[in-house]
Design a protein around this ligand. Structure first.
Ligand code: DGT
Ligand code: MG
Length: 383
C-alpha cells in the first residue's frame, strides 16, 4: 500500500483533534476488539484503563492503511502494551482469546444488558449484578425501585436499543422545527451528534435550538416541549433547568469540571414515532410521522430517544462543536486546549487562562483557528 510509509515514520499526531478520523476505516476488527476491552474496563470502574483502550482504538481508526504487522505500530502513538498484545493476537490468530473471554463472561453480558436501559449507568448496573440480578425480568422479580427515567427505559427497552435511522432523525427534527417556528419565527433547529458526523444510524437524536437575536431563545425549549406534549409526541420528558451562569464568572473556567460542565437548558425525552408501517423508505418518514392514539402495536410505532438543547446564539458554535462529538474527539479537544494552549474549552465558550480573556467565535472554523488547529470536518471526527 503506497500510503503506508509516511505513517510508519512517526507522522501520526498524538491528539485525536489533530487527526482526521473517518467513519469507515481499515482496521474495524482490531478497533472492535479494543473497544470491547475499553467497555469492559469501564464496567469495572477502571476509567484510566478504559481510556487507554479507547485511545488505541481511535488512533487505528485514523490510519489510512490496514495494520498487518505489529511492527507497523511502533511509531504510532497511544497504543499501549496491553493494546499491542490484543492486536498481535488478532493479527496472528484472527481473534483474541482475551476479548472472546470478556464477551462471553456473565458479568460483561449482564452489565451490557443493564447499562442499555435508559437512565442506568455503570454504578447501578454493578450494584444489581452484585445482588445477583441477571435479566430484565429479575428487576421486577426483586421489586427493584426504578426512577421515572429508568421505568421509561425499561418499558421501551427494545425500541430504544433499535438503531435510529437518519430518516427518522430528520423526521423528528422536522416536527421539532415546526413547533419551534410556531413559537418563535427565525429560531433554528440543528441536528448534531453522530448524524452530523455522517453516521447512517445512532442511539438517539441530538438537537440544538437557537435564535439569531440573542435572548430570543430564552424559554423556547420549555414552550416547545409543551406543544410537542399536547400533540402527543412525547412518551417521556424531563427538563433540566440549568440557570446559565455568567460567562464572566471565572469559576466556570478554572474549576475541575470547567471543560465538561454544561449549563444549557436541556430536555431528555422519548419521542413517539408514529405509524411506521411501510414507511421506512428515505424521505417518506416525514409525512408518516405523527402521534397515533392508544397504546399501539409495537410494529406500528417506535420510541426514540431525543435530546433537546437550548443555546444562546453567541454560544452556538461552541455548543455545536461540543454536541457533534464523538466523545473521544471532544475529550481530546478539551485536553489539547488545556495542556497545549492554556485555554478552557467547553460548550459555552473558549477562555484563555493566562490572558484571562474570552475568544469569541462565529463558527466552528474560528474555534479551530483560535486553537491553532487545522479545521476537521464533522465527518472526520469519528474517533
Ligand atoms: P450515537 O447517538 O450513539 O449515534 O452517538 P453520538 O456521537 O451522537 O453520541 P451521543 O448522542 O451520546 O452524544 C453526542 C455528543 O454530545 C457527544 O460527543 C457528547 C455530547 N454530549 C452528550 N451528552 C452531553 C452532556 O450532557 N453535556 C455535554 N456538554 N455534551 C454532551
Ligand atoms: Mg447521539
Amino acid at each position: 500500500a503506497p500510503a503506508e510509509p509516511l505513517e510508519e515514520k512517526g507522522q501520526v499526531a498524538p491528539y485525536i483533534c489533530q487527526r482526521r478520523t473517518p467513519l469507515l476505516h481499515h482496521n474495524t476488527a482490531l478497533t472492535d476488539a479494543l473497544e470491547t476491552m475499553a467497555e469492559e474496563a469501564r464496567f469495572c470502574g477502571s476509567d484510566v484503563r478504559s481510556l487507554a483502550f479507547s485511545r488505541a482504538a481511535s488512533v487505528l481508526k485514523s490510519l489510512p492503511w490496514r495494520v498487518k504487522r505489529i511492527q507497523q505500530l511502533h511509531t504510532v502513538p497511544c497504543v499501549g502494551e496491553h493494546s499491542q498484545r490484543i492486536i498481535q493476537e488478532m493479527l496472528e490468530d484472527g481473534m483474541s482469546a482475551e476479548v472472546e473471554q470478556v464477551r462471553q463472561s456473565e458479568r460483561y453480558r449482564t452489565m451490557k444488558l443493564f447499562t442499555k436501559i435508559f437512565g442506568v449507568g455503570v454504578k447501578i448496573a454493578s450494584q444489581w449484578y452484585q445482588r445477583g440480578l441477571r435479566t430484565l425480568a429479575d428487576l421486577q422479580l426483586h421489586q427493584i425501585k426504578l426512577n421515572l427515567e429508568q421505568q421509561a427505559g425499561l418499558l421501551h427497552y427494545e425500541d430504544l436499543n433499535t438503531p435510529v435511522e437518519l430518516w427518522e432523525a430528520e423526521a423528528i427534527s422536522q416536527v421539532v422545527r415546526k413547533a419551534v417556528e410556531q413559537i418563535s419565527p427565525g429560531a433554528t433547529v440543528t441536528l448534531t451528534g453522530g448524524f452530523r458526523r455522517g453516521k447512517p444510524c445512532g442511539h438517539d437524536v441530538d438537537l440544538l435550538i437557537t435564535h439569531p437575536s440573542e435572548g430570543q431563545e430564552m424559554g423556547l425549549l420549555c414552550r416547545v416541549i409543551s406543544i410537542l406534549d399536547s400533540q402527543g409526541f412525547l412518551l417521556y420528558h424531563s427538563t433540566h433547568r440549568n440557570s446559565l451562569p455568567s460567562l464572566e464568572d471565572e469559576e466556570l473556567w478554572v474549576s475541575d469540571h470547567s471543560s465538561t460542565m454544561d449549563h444549557f437548558e436541556r430536555c431528555l425525552s422519548i419521542f413517539h414515532l408514529g405509524d411506521l408501517a411501510g414507511s421506512n423508505q428515505g424521505g417518506a418518514g416525514a409525512q408518516k410521522l405523527g402521534a397515533s392514539t392508544g397504546s399501539g402495536a409495537s410494529s406500528l410505532w417506535k420510541a426514540v430517544r431525543v435530546d433537546l438543547v437550548e443555546t444562546p446564539y453567541s454560544q452556538f458554535p461552541f455548543a455545536l462543536l461540543g454536541w457533534t462529538g464523538s466523545r473521544n474527539f471532544e475529550r481530546d479537544l478539551r485536553r489539547f486546549s488545556k495542556h497545549e494552549k492554556k485555554m478552557t474549552l467547553n460548550s459555552h465558550g473558549l477562555y484563555h487562562l493566562e490572558q484571562k480573556i474570552f475568544l469569541p467565535a462565529a463558527s466552528e472554523e474560528e474555534i479551530f483557528q483560535h486553537l491553532g488547529l487545522e479545521y476537521i470536518l464533522p465527518e472526520e471526527r469519528n474517533a
